[in-house]
Design a protein around this ligand. Structure first.
Ligand code: GRF
Length: 224
């Protein structure tokens, strides 16, 4: 039976699209059982529908606490028993109500090289700091915001004339390659969160997770 995913989104869903494409065209052995959004106007819902996926909207504004919103999401997802819950641009802070329900199978992608720049406006912060390198990180989610154990990071260069838009585009390109790879490790039952840390195959990963070669530079950098 293929690996079951639930994908949570709030926005355009380009990372969701990368997963859909990897399943449809690159043999990612997983299926997306539900795309759940907290916003009815999330662009990703249209992407899900055109791929024939089930969708649901649970609007956080219909709930008077974060816990009640999280419980509603747990109630919707738990019967599906997803093998992995993928946060893909899901822009709500999760409480222990949600995190504990899916602990050890909850992934998030974040647009910075964590632990640098948790939270919002990461591209602006990297530019303001004069960083020469930026990137994205994928981690298991714990109760600490953007603080869970790292699985993989993809550095991208900051170029001299970069502004927020150009830099975020380059980071997103890296995200779209890295997230399907990490989800594939899960689907192939190679990636786990253990009491000792993140395990990929038979090794424990370092605190940075796996740092992959410069994705923005393309396959030649990988081959070299
Ligand atoms: C991504 O940059 C991701 O890192 C962040 O939100 C953005 C989502 O983009 N958490 P999309 O909705 O997948 O296009």
């Amino acid at each position: 039976m293929s690996h079951s995913l639930a994908v949570l989104i709030s926005g355009s869903g380009s990372n969701l699209q990368a997963l859909i494409d990897a399943i449809e065209h690159q043999g990612l052995p997983a299926r997306i059982d539900l795309v759940l959004s907290n916003r009815a106007d999330a662009g990703g819902l249209a992407r899900a529908k055109s791929a024939g996926l089930a969708t649901a909207v649970i609007d956080h504004r219909d709930h008077d606490s974060r816990e009640s919103f999280d419980q509603a999401m747990v109630d919707r997802l738990a019967p599906l028993a997803p093998d992995t819950v993928v946060l893909a641009g899901f822009m709500r802070i999760l409480t222990p109500v949600f995190v504990r329900a899916f602990s050890d199978r909850l992934l998030n992608i974040h647009p910075s090289l964590l632990p640098k720049y948790p939270g919002l406006h990461t591209h602006r912060r990297a530019l303001d700091a004069g960083d020469s390198q930026h990137g994205c990180s994928i981690h298991f989610v714990t109760e600490e915001l953007d603080g869970g154990p790292l699985i993989a990071q993809a550095p991208v260069p900051v170029l001299p004339n970069d502004h927020e838009e150009t830099l975020s585009k380059r980071v997103q390109q890296a995200e779209h390659r890295l997230y399907p790879d990490v989800v594939r490790w899960r689907a192939e039952r190679r990636l786990f969160l253990t009491a000792n840390g993140v395990q990929l195959d038979d090794r424990l990963l370092p605190p940075t997770g796996l740092v992959v070669p410069d994705l923005a530079a393309g396959d030649t950098a990988r081959a070299g």
